[in-house]
Design a protein around this ligand. Structure first.
Ligand code: GRF
Length: 218
């Protein structure tokens, strides 16, 4: 059985990590033999997601960005820790550091991120606030391959939620987060199975149904 190690990078609360761990423990992942979350790495010592890694018995590491003088030296240390697990896939799940082009190239085609908006709309921070300010009627989340440009890589899958007239930032964020937790495990599974690949910065599909790539919440 080929090992399909996943390394998850986090900075904070880790609910997407938890969704991935729950999905990987689920029987439906049995047709993805060897797939497992092999390690969790945080750039912050106080990330709540580390307790989730502990709860699931997953090896975890902290690589503090504050201990490095440059982005390059932090990314090199991060890569050394990631590479210990020879990952088939590296997942950014609320990892709040911009990665250097060198790091992104090293994991080209096996580095994915989840972003809380329907990219290319609302890259960067405060996506729910931006969606409300823009008056969009639908909002959502995107899983994409990471490219050197932040929040600009090839799109794998998206989840769409309605924006309701009574929404505030918190209610909208909660609705999107719920869908993130469905979206991320599905997208990760598709990539691990080789049914979604990134070639020349474009997504190539193999035996993938449209309903697997677009989740529409009522
Ligand atoms: C999520 O909204 C994710 O899309 C964004 O950061 C947040 C992380 O949340 N990149 P959590 O740490 O997974 O709970």
């Amino acid at each position: 059985m080929t090992s399909k190690n996943i390394v998850v990078l986090i900075s904070g609360r880790g609910t997407n990590l938890e969704a991935l761990l729950n999905a990987a423990a689920d029987e439906r992942w049995e047709d993805t033999p060897g797939a497992r979350v092999a390690a969790v790495i945080s750039n912050r010592g106080d990330a709540a997601g580390l307790a989730i890694a502990r709860k699931f018995g997953i090896p975890w590491h902290v690589v503090l960005h504050t201990e490095f003088g440059s982005r390059e030296s932090f990314d090199e240390a991060l890569a050394r820790t990631v590479d210990r697990y020879a990952p088939a896939l590296v997942v950014l799940a609320g990892f709040m550091r911009v990665l250097t082009p060198g790091f992104v190239r090293r994991y080209e085609g096996r580095l994915v991120n989840i972003h809380p908006s329907l990219l290319p709309l609302f890259p960067g921070l405060h996506t729910h606030r931006k969606a409300l300010a823009a008056g969009v009627r639908v909002h959502g989340a995107t899983v994409h391959f990471v490219s050197p440009d932040v929040d600009n890589g090839a799109i794998i899958a998206q989840a769409v939620v309605p924006v309701r007239p009574e929404d505030d930032e918190a209610s909208l964020a909660a609705r999107v987060l719920e869908e993130e937790h469905r979206l991320l495990p599905r997208a990760v599974k598709l990539v691990l199975e080789g049914r979604v690949r990134c070639e020349n910065e474009r997504v190539v599909l193999d035996r993938v149904g449209a309903d697997e790539l677009a989740l529409l919440a009522p």
